[in-house]
Design a protein around this ligand. Structure first.
Ligand SMILES: [Zn+2]
Length: 201
């Protein structure tokens, strides 16, 4: 009996412990929510001004984050909608032609907000240890052609390979020598592609 009682007491104290932890967690969550609610940008009557408001938290769809298997025709997504229209049309045409060749391409990144680009650069600086090295992999927000809507990253590799062989028919060229997935509208359809930039130099 004594053992039973002790066990039950222990169970009760474990349950009490859980309750305290749960209470602390919910208080913490409530506090965080309150802070982020305060930090929300002021909106004027809930109407969109067309610009992307800066927000707390990781970049999301409004910053241009695209879900897996995004098509260049998914114009309801900001990452596609905010591309330069001429680039978007060229990528759509290439996507259709590629599909006829049995290759299904996806846009992994199109337009990106400045905040998203800043975050990518900060992440790269942490990874590579210096801004100089990080800039070989991620463009400065002032330089990025994704931020202006003039670049797309395409996957998978067979789609990149197709674009490197036939993209110029649509004016699309790989422009950075160390990124086989990065394409821009930089030639006239049918003309050859200009030399690539080497970001490591
Ligand atoms: Zn890119």
């Amino acid at each position: 009996m004594l053992t039973d009682r002790t066990t039950r007491d222990r169970r009760l104290s474990v349950l009490a412990g859980f309750a305290i932890v749960a209470a602390v967690i919910s208080l913490t969550v409530a506090a965080c929510t309150a802070v982020s609610a305060q930090d929300e940008p002021q909106t004027s009557g809930g109407k969109s001004t067309g610009s992307t408001p800066a927000h707390k938290g990781p970049p999301n769809a409004a910053d241009g984050v695209l879900p897996d298997h995004t098509s260049a025709y998914d114009t309801d997504l900001p990452g596609i909608a905010k591309l330069d229209p001429a680039l978007r049309t060229a990528v759509q045409e290439a996507e259709t032609a590629m599909k006829a060749d049995g290759i299904r391409m996806q846009v992994t990144t199109g337009w990106r907000s400045r905040k998203y680009q800043e975050e990518l650069l900060e992440k790269a600086i942490r990874k590579y240890g210096s801004k100089k090295k990080a800039l070989e992999y991620v463009a400065d927000p002032d330089e990025s052609h994704h931020v202006t809507g003039h670049a797309v990253d395409i996957g998978p590799t067979d789609a990149d390979d197709w674009l490197n062989r036939k993209g110029n028919r649509y004016g699309l060229c790989q422009t950075l020598s160390n990124e086989i997935w990065h394409f821009e509208l930089v030639t006239k359809p049918g003309d050859s592609c200009p030399p690539m930039t080497d970001p490591t130099k």
